[in-house]
Each structure stands twice: as structure tokens, then as C-alpha cells.
Design a protein around this ligand. Structure first.
Ligand code: SF4
Length: 493
């Protein structure tokens, strides 16, 4: 009896590893595999790759092999590399919550149109976090297994509750003598109330600052009106004072883009250059919480934002080419995802989602939330996503029914629209954003503003990467932990 060679039944002399693709031109496809490596093939090459007829000696095969798109039975080096790259990209899963947001107070002297919380007057003290809540929150934080913990202070204006902040920082440092974690402190502040005593304390504890400068004076004042002072002048005064004591690199600036910002991209960027920032975060509006009430005044469509973003990024690249280093944070995060083996791990851009698994929010009233968005839903009368209170052990909080429900919709690989999207390895599931905007956690990608912005961002970056002069600029934007000052802001970007 004659037995045929196995090859007769299996024409492939290589195996495919999982990848997704998108046609980007009449004869060009972008392929991205599960570990975030990418390459371009023409239609014929893609067809041959899938049919198993690509010759191992050809250039396309070599490229695909080196980037873990294929492996061969004789040499599974590519498969083993793929596994270790996958482990590195998803390493955040093992850490548990690493970002801990302490909402110290709802008090604030500004009344920004895009604010997501119901701010309270600066003298309304009952909206501050009591010390017993602060203490328990710190204990919960140290129950997390992550080696690197970021402690972010938010409000309202957290400097109005400086005593509570000081208590938390000192208690964390003291507790850390037993836990030996890498602690990083960040304050999200307008800088309007900063003083020398605070700055000396920040200097002593290596506290980073994330502040808002929305652009030139007219725009900043329009977006961020203050009941007490000229918000632009007092922020700039605080910035100057802070830089003198902490140095330039400890203070990051971000600009929230409103309807009024859309026609002023150059003026906003010029302001950052003039102020000596080397990074700018063009943060789109998040219309949930209290901000929903002002949507018609400050909001815009995804198309309008994307047009603004494209113009701004082109201008920023030109500024870099003229010799001034200025990166844009959304683009830097995308570049990090595309060009390095490590994912950024930021809450919005990871799967499984980071709500409750990457971030915990300790509200001033003792409630614990899985994300900033979920605490802001309380402003709309919905407290269904609170995980529990700071008096419950961490295990109770992260095994709560609420977090189970969130995580069931939190794996982008299983979401319709995302599961076959070429950008999935760089993107993430956002169940709480979906819930707050569309009423269900799965959401629908066709109508999702987040999805539209993500797709636009990545398509634009891939296009820009084709030009070698852009690539030279982009390589200088790759991170070395530069985002630490933006942690929470990115979280609800
Ligand atoms: S949200 Fe949109 S861009 Fe992100 S993975 Fe899903 S479909 Fe792709």
C-alpha cells in the first residue's frame, strides 16, 4: 500500500500566527499581529501568505518571519519569540491596580465648562476627604500587588485640601518602609493656589505636577473662568514659581480642546513653545458627568476634533524639524505601541480594560470606584458602579459584582467591531465610557467617538511614519516614563 507524503495534504511549509489587516490602498495592506508588530504587503503577497504559498526565501516571508507573523515546524524560534512578546505586552495584567486616584475635595474656584464634577465653593469644607477615609484608602492601595504605584491627587482643586494630601503622602512613605514599592506622586492642579511651603514639600517627596494651560490668555480664561482671579495669570505665576523649585521636567501641561479651541491650533501650540514646554497633551473633551449639561456650548463632532488634531500634529512636527523638541502625548503613546515591544498599559488603551484592574479611585466620601468616569456618573445620579467603600478589604472590592459586570465587557478581543480591527493590539475596551455615553457596556463601534478618534490617530500616524523625516522626529518622542505626570488625565482622556 502506498502512503502519500504528508506535504500532499498540507501544502503549507509554515504556520500563521494571529494577525489582522486593513486595506490601505488599492494594492497595499497593513498587517498587525497580536503582539503589535506591523508590516505592509501587496494584495498578491497577502493572498500567497494566507494560501501557504509564500516562498520562505522571498523578502516578504523573511520580514514576516522576523516579526512573528509566521513560524515553521523545523524552527519554532519565531513562535517562542511571539510568546515572550505577548507576555511583555500584557504584563500589566499581573500587576493589579497601579494607578490610585485620591479625590481630595470637590472644592474649586474655577467653573470650567468642561468640568465633569459638580464643583463646590472654595469655603464649603464638607466636601473634603476626612483623614480616616484617607488613611483607609492608603491601606487599600498597599494591598495591591503592583511594584510601581502612582498616587494621583485630584479634585476639585486638590491644593485646597493640602493638609489631606500631605497626610496621605507622609502615611504612604511611612507604610512603604514595610512594602518597598516604587511610589510616584502626581498632583493634577491649576497651580492657582500653590505656595512655597507646598512646593518645598513636593520637592522633598519628588511630587510631579500636571497642570492645565488651555492656550493663549483669551482661550484659557474662556475655558477656565475663575471666581477670584484671572485664571491665566495665576496659573502662569504658579508655573513659574513651581519651576523654580521643582525644575521644568516635573511639570506637565495639557490643553483640553473645546469648540473655541478648534480654530486656534497654532496659537495653542505657540503658547506651549513660548512657555518652554517640551510636551503637549491635546486632550479631547469627555462628555459625561456634569459636563454633559454644557455639551452644546463646548462640544464638537469626532470629525471636527480629528481635523483639528491632524493640523496640530503637522504643525508640531514642523516645529520639531526647526529644532525645538515638542512631543504630543496621544501620538507618543501610539508610537510607543507601534514601535516598541511594551504596551503603554494606559487604562483606555489596554485589553482587558483597566477599569478596576489598573486603576482605583478613592472618592472624598469614602466610596471606591473602578475609574474616574464611574465616579463622575454619580453627578448624573448613577452610583451603580461604586465597588464598595474604603473600609472593605481590596479582595472584596475587586471581586465585587460591579467589577465582574464591567470585565465581562472589558476584553476588546471579544467585542464586535474590535475583534477584527487591525488596531486592536494598540487599543482597548472601554466599558464604562460606553455605558456612560450609550447606556450599555458593549457599545457600538460605528457610533463610538473613542473608536473614531483611535482609528484616525493610528491611520494618521502610520501614514506619517512612511516619511523618513517624520520618523526621525517620532523616534525622539518615544517614552522613558515621560507619561507619569499625565497618568490620571490619560485615564479619562
Ligand atoms: S475601539 Fe475602534 S479602533 Fe479600537 S480596537 Fe475597537 S474597533 Fe479598533
Amino acid at each position: 500500500m502506498k502512503i502519500n507524503d504528508p506535504e500532499l495534504y498540507s501544502p503549507k511549509n509554515y504556520q500563521l500566527l494571529p494577525f489582522r489587516f486593513e486595506r490601505i490602498g488599492p494594492n497595499s495592506c497593513l498587517l498587525v499581529n497580536e503582539v503589535g508588530e506591523h508590516c505592509y504587503l501587496n494584495n498578491h503577497e497577502l493572498e500567497m501568505l494566507v494560501n501557504g504559498s509564500l516562498e520562505p526565501s522571498c523578502m516578504a516571508f523573511q520580514k514576516l518571519y522576523s516579526k512573528s507573523f509566521v513560524y515553521t515546524e523545523e524552527n519554532n524560534y519565531s513562535l517562542r519569540t511571539f510568546c515572550s512578546k505577548y507576555k511583555a505586552r500584557k504584563s500589566f495584567i499581573f500587576d493589579g491596580p497601579a494607578l490610585h486616584i485620591f479625590v481630595l475635595t470637590l472644592r474649586c474656584e474655577n467653573s470650567c465648562d468642561y468640568c465633569q464634577v459638580t464643583r463646590r465653593n472654595p469655603d464649603a469644607k464638607k466636601y473634603d476627604m476626612p483623614l480616616h477615609v484617607a488613611r483607609q484608602s492608603v491601606y487599600r492601595m498597599f494591598e495591591c500587588p503592583a511594584k510601581n504605584l502612582t498616587v494621583e491627587f485630584q479634585g476639585g482643586e486638590p491644593l485646597l485640601a493640602f493638609d489631606v494630601m500631605k497626610f496621605i503622602i507622609e502615611l504612604s512613605v511611612e507604610q512603604n518602609t514595610h512594602h518597598n514599592k516604587n511610589l510616584q506622586f502626581v498632583v493634577a492642579t491649576s497651580l492657582q493656589n500653590i505656595n512655597e511651603e507646598m512646593l518645598e514639600f513636593f520637592h522633598q517627596h519628588d511630587v510631579h505636577i500636571s497642570t492645565s494651560v488651555d492656550g493663549p490668555e483669551w482661550l484659557h480664561k474662556k475655558n477656565r473662568p475663575s471666581c477670584h482671579s484671572n485664571s491665566y495669570e495665576s496659573t502662569l505665576k504658579g508655573l513659574e514659581q513651581a519651576r523654580k523649585i521643582l525644575g521644568h521636567d516635573k511639570i506637565a501641561g495639557m490643553t483640553t480642546i473645546t469648540k473655541s479651541s478648534l480654530s486656534s491650533s497654532k496659537a495653542i501650540i505657540d503658547e506651549y513653545v513660548q512657555l518652554g514646554f517640551h510636551s503637549i497633551f491635546l486632550r479631547p473633551l469627555n462628555m459625561y458627568g456634569f459636563a454633559v449639561k454644557k455639551e452644546s456650548k463646548v462640544g464638537y463632532t469626532s470629525e471636527e476634533f480629528n481635523k483639528f488634531y491632524k493640523e496640530s500634529l503637522n504643525y508640531i512636527i514642523q516645529i520639531n524639524k526647526c529644532g525645538f523638541r515638542l512631543d504630543e502625548v496621544n501620538a507618543s503613546l501610539a508610537l510607543n505601541n507601534i514601535l516598541t515591544p511594551q504596551a503603554t498599559g494606559y487604562v483606555d488603551m489596554r485589553s482587558p480594560c483597566g477599569d478596576g484592574t489598573g486603576v482605583l479611585v478613592y472618592n472624598y466620601d469614602g466610596k471606591v470606584y473602578p475609574s474616574d468616569e464611574s465616579r463622575m456618573l454619580v453627578e448624573m445620579g448613577d452610583n451603580s458602579l461604586a465597588l464598595g467603600s474604603v473600609y472593605e478589604p481590596l479582595n472584596n472590592l475587586i471581586s465585587s459584582k460591579q467589577l465582574h459586570t464591567i470585565l465581562q465587557a472589558g476584553v476588546a478581543e471579544s467585542l464586535p467591531g474590535c475583534s477584527d480591527c487591525v488596531y486592536l493590539p494598540y487599543c482597548g475596551a472601554n466599558p464604562i465610557q460606553n455605558y456612560s455615553r450609550y447606556g450599555d457596556m458593549i457599545g457600538h463601534r460605528t457610533f463610538s467617538a473613542f473608536c473614531q478618534k483611535q482609528k484616525f490617530l493610528y491611520r494618521n500616524i502610520f501614514q506619517l511614519l512612511e516619511d523618513s523625516s517624520n520618523r526621525s522626529v517620532f523616534y525622539t518622542w518615544l517614552p522613558n516614563n515621560r507619561y507619569s505626570s499625565y497618568q490620571g488625565e490619560l485615564n479619562h482622556a
